[in-house]
Design a protein around this ligand. Structure first.
Ligand code: ACK
Length: 991
């Protein structure tokens, strides 16, 4: 016993020998990541740690010096020679700082038992970590430590244990392991370390929690946020920075690993401020920003200025104005000058005034004109001395109007004859009313002349009327002639007749009997025509008026009807022609729609196979007969239930068809009490699946429809659906294996798209995985495709859509195409790389739609090669025409598989590090295992049949388990080396 103790002490000394070397490097690198808040760091604790130990001869606190000769404290134990070790070490109370989940980072060295001669089973290579939560600051004494009092965190094994040779070579084998402890509720906790007989130096213990560090984004500040207790996201409201206001409430999500995700909404700088370096800065003088929605301050417009900084508008110079409706960006303007060159043309008691626009419009385009009218009575002409002028009042009529004229012309009628008028024309614009200055007018004087006085009827007969009128009073000009105009009442627009005479009466002949005519008379003097002296309606006397309608009119009617019919026929023809034309153009623009038409019409494109929609069959049973083989129920043996579908159970079983070997199958059955519609929908999946034949599409074996229950039989996929499979094997595949899965799915959907089939519900849950990791697309059907999907949500337009997987155009207006399948495929890629993580985590569907619309895209999952994330982003192009086609996706993935080193560059900016540095020239499994110091597993590999390096490239973590390699550290090391082998070269790798 004493001998054992001495030997252990010797080993401990060996640990100490090279601990300082380690500590120097650890100590020098003590910079914590920004998103980690350290609660305890044994290396930064000054003086003794003074942790409690039990028993006394167990863990021991040791001082070592770092490179700056600062003493550092570590705990070591090395009772490897003595059996039944149970050595406890416990920290003081560690306050949890409000976090519900904390992380424990342990740095330690561990002695390889194999390198200690004669250890006969007492030596261990692991230790246990426990914790105890406490409000009071007391912990159960270690002397009586029981598992019910301390909760076990994990058993810790070393990735790197060291040997005697390592000690001699002073090769450092420092292990770092991190474990998390969730669901904490009490004030603090104690950590305890249990050694059962290993040789350990616990170099450093650091306890921290994660938070999303304070950031400013989109002019909003997000405070330090402690991450959620479970893996859920914490939604955080941002506060706008100074002088900014909310455009849409800024929000972000703090992820469990301390990263910010999915910014939604933003702030904008208030009016008078603009964004610079993530802050809002005031506009300089001479500049302004009118609205928060404007991006930047801009120079004041002409004739305005801002004397102060942070101006939201510029003030107009003297004499310049801004109308109420003028935007702030418009130059300040002034009233226009007076119009120019007024002219008049008098016609008896009417006058036409014309003028030219003002020389200066005041800088505006909204110049209008108003006419001011004055009537002057007196001896002298037009406004001269001795004349009395008064406003015209409401007598004269202005055409088109008196105020707000937009043309430079107006007709004034109903003036008094032989009267002097003064018309003043004023130009105005949008700021005229704002200017206190005098108005700018131009005036013109006008004198009116004479009108023929009232007409009277003298005589009438069946075909003539005699009129008489009085000559106008003597005026400036003598009457040259009179003009008599007449037309048949109500026919004015069609036909009127003008007659001339020098006399003051006239007989108009050739009129229709019993018909009313309208007559007007005006005089012409040397100065032009006067006004008409009113109208008179006169009727010729009656005679034999035709009883039936005018034959001409009948003809017109007949022609109209015939014309109408012809017109209608033409209209219909045009409509048909234009309809076809539109259809053609649309088909050209939307090749997918063109395809759809073909598929519904069951037209096969030459040289290609096209999927036939079961709805194109009048009898859906015929579609089932055409595409699915009827299987005799006696060939099927049901073994067990493996799940539940919408229509009934899913079972696994065996199918033995005559003269074929028995195969493993999945059997979906239709539960009792179904309706006809349900039966049709259920079987529609078979009539769709039965048309496909591709290694990455689930294969239909047949259907049972002649007896109950109705069944669909497909090939059996040992590993079930991809999402559950990935979650179950988190982190256990090499990136090449993951790319291989993606490639298979892409090849399957490429085949579907070539068959013109749009899946609409691509998601990891609808992909099945067989025993060889081959992924196959499943879940075909009609209405049930989405009804069946628990992820599908009702949209505002009705109908269910799996929002997180669906392209925006399909959500917004149901534009489902192969391009929208590409979008969903990108999401499936993300699911694969993140091992079944839920896309957009716990965000609500509404938030997802909004974030996508604002341009947000899912970030690269952990350890995701940059090329794969880029391919995902390409699949998520907003414009569906810019997304890659499935054949391009398959080729891209093939290139990656052929050239795995292109996967080394990770999206987080780092490069895949091969930590195991296998010999580059290894050619056998034995050499390879030796090169990574795992030679002890040679027999495990050869017994399991892995005799070539190529075969090793397929090994998964579950294979290692099956071989009997159980230590987590060793599994990790071997898999990581396999990944290196794959990534470094191997063009022959095929998954
Ligand atoms: O994730 P899972 O194990 O895989 O649970 C679901 C369940 O049935 C309901 O759909 C499983 N499943 C469906 N089709 C098959 C199949 N062809 N082979 C194996 N499992 C299947 C699916």
């Amino acid at each position: 016993m004493a001998l054992h103790r001495i030997y252990s002490c010797l080993l401990l000394l060996l640990l100490l020998l090279f601990s300082p070397h380690t500590l120097i490097r650890c100590g020098a690198l003590r910079n914590y990541p920004e998103n980690e808040v350290t609660l305890l760091d044994s290396m930064s604790t000054p003086g003794d740690l003074g942790w409690e130990t039990y028993p006394a001869e167990g863990w021991e606190e040791i001082s070592v010096m770092d490179e700056r000769n600062t003493p550092m404290r570590t705990y070591q134990v090395c009772n490897v020679m003595e059996p039944n070790q149970n050595n406890w070490l416990r920290t003081g109370l560690i306050s949890r700082g409000g976090a519900q989940r904390i992380y424990v980072e342990l740095k330690f060295t561990l002695r390889d038992c194999n390198s200690l001669p004669g250890m006969s089973g007492t030596c261990k290579e692991t230790f246990n970590v426990y914790y105890h939560e406490s409000n009071s600051g007391t912990a159960p004494p270690l002397r009586h430590a029981r598992e019910s009092q301390y909760v076990k965190v994990d058993t810790i094994a070393a990735d790197e244990s060291f040997t005697q040779t390592d000690v001699g070579d002073r090769v450092m084998k420092l292990n770092t392991e991190v474990r998390d402890i969730g669901g904490l509720t009490k004030r603090g906790l104690y950590l305890a370390f249990q050694d059962l007989g290993a040789c350990i130096a616990l170099v450093s213990v650091r306890v921290f929690y994660k938070r999303c560090p304070m950031v400013a984004l989109n002019l909003a500040r997000f405070a330090n946020t402690v991450t959620g207790g479970d893996s859920a996201l914490v939604e955080v409201r941002g506060a706008c920075v100074e002088d900014a206001e909310e455009l849409e409430p800024p929000r972000m999500f703090c992820s469990a690993d301390g990263g910010w995700l999915v910014p939604i909404g933003s702030c904008v700088c208030k009016s008078g401020f603009e964004e610079a370096d993530g802050r809002c800065q005031p506009c300089r003088s001479g500049f302004y920003k009118a609205s928060a929605m404007d991006a930047y301050c801009v120079k004041c417009p002409p004739h305005s200025s801002s004397q102060q900084t942070q101006a939201s508008e510029c003030v107009c110079e003297r004499g310049f104005y801004r109308a109420e409706t003028d935007p702030g960006s418009m130059a300040c303007t002034r009233p226009p000058s007076a119009p120019g060159n007024p002219t008049s043309m008098v016609n008896e008691t009417a006058v036409t005034l014309e003028w030219s626009p003002p020389r200066d419009t005041g800088g505006r385009g909204d110049v209008t004109y108003s006419i001011h009218c004055k009537k002057c009575l007196g001896t002298s002409r037009s406004g001269g001395p001795g004349e009395r002028c008064v406003p015209c009042g409401s007598g004269p009529r202005f055409s088109p109007r008196q105020l707000g004229l937009t043309q430079t012309r107006v007709l004034v009628t109903d003036l008094q004859p032989r009267t002097n008028y003064t018309f003043s024309i004023e130009a105005q614009n949008g700021v005229s009313d704002l200017s206190p200055g005098p108005r700018h007018l131009v005036s013109i004087n006008v004198t009116t002349s004479q009108t023929v006085s009232v007409i009277v009827k003298e005589r009438r007969s069946k075909d003539s009327i005699t009129l008489a009128w009085q000559a106008p009073e003597p005026s400036d000009g003598t009457v040259v002639e009179y003009e008599v105009t007449y037309y048949e009442k109500n026919q004015r627009d069609q036909n009127y007749t003008v007659l001339k005479t020098k006399s003051t009466s006239m007989t108009v002949e050739g009129l229709k009997p019993g018909t009313t005519y309208v007559f007007r008379v005006r005089a012409r003097t040397e100065g032009g025509y006067g006004n008409y002296g009113g109208e008179i309606e006169l009727e010729t006397s009656h005679e034999d008026v035709l009883a039936v309608g005018d034959p001409n009119q009948q003809t017109i009617l007949a022609v109209s009807i015939a014309g109408g019919v012809v017109f209608f026929v033409l209209l219909v023809a045009c409509f048909v022609v234009s309809g076809r034309h539109c259809g053609y153009i649309k088909a050209k623009q939307e090749p997918e729609e063109e395809k759809l038409q073909f598929q519904h019409g069951r037209v096969q494109l030459p040289g290609s196979r096209t999927y036939i929609h079961p709805h194109t069959y009048e009898d859906p049973n015929q579609a089932v007969r055409d595409f699915a083989k009827e299987i005799d129920v006696s060939s099927i043996r049901i073994e067990r239930v493996i799940g539940a579908g919408e229509f009934g159970e899913v079972c696994s079983g065996r199918l033995r068809l005559p003269s074929r070997r028995e195969i493993h199958v999945a059997i979906k059955s239709l539960k009792a009490g179904y309706s006809d519609q349900q039966r049709r929908d259920f079987l529609s999946e078979a009539s769709i699946m039965g048309q496909f034949d591709h290694p990455n599409i689930i294969r239909l074996e047949g259907v049972v429809t002649r007896c109950k229950p109705v069944m669909i039989i497909t090939e059996y996929m040992e590993n079930g659906s991809l999402d559950t499979f990935l979650k179950k094997h988190d982190g256990q595949f090499t990136v090449i294996q993951l790319v291989g899965m993606m490639r298979g799915i892409a090849a399957g959907v490429q085949y579907l798209s070539e068959m013109n089939y749009v899946h609409r519900d691509l998601a990891a849950r609808n992909i099945l995985v067989n025993g060889n990791l081959v992924c196959k697309v499943s879940d075909f059907g009609l209405s049930r495709v989405l009804e069946d999907d628990p992820e599908a949500a009702y949209t505002t337009r009705g109908g269910k859509i799996p929002i997180r997987w669906t392209a925006p155009e399909a959500i917004a207006y149901r534009k489902f195409t192969s391009a929208s399948d590409v979008w969903s495929y990108g999401i499936v890629m993300w699911e694969v790389i993140s091992y079944g993580e839920r896309p957009y985590w716990e965000m609500s569907n509404q938030d997802v739609i909004k974030a996508i619309d604002e341009g947000y895209r899912l970030p690269a999952p952990m350890d995701c090669p940059v090329v794969l994330h880029q391919l995902m982003l390409d699949c998520w192009e907003k414009n569906r025409g810019e997304r890659p086609k499935f054949n391009q996706i398959v080729s891209a993935l093939d290139r990656l598989i052929r050239n795995p080193s292109s996967l080394k560059q990770l999206a987080n900016g780092t490069v895949w590090e091969d930590t195991t540095t296998p010999e580059s020239d290894v050619s056998t499994v034995e050499d390879w295992l030796d090169s990574i110091k795992m030679g002890q597993y040679k027999d495990h590999f050869s017994n399991a049949g892995y005799v070539t390096l190529n075969a090793v490239l397929y090994v998964s973590i579950s294979d290692l388990g099956k071989m009997g390699i159980a230590l987590a550290g060793h599994q990790k090391k071997i898999l990581s080396s396999i990944q290196s082998l794959q990534l470094q070269q191997n063009p022959h790798v095929q998954v």
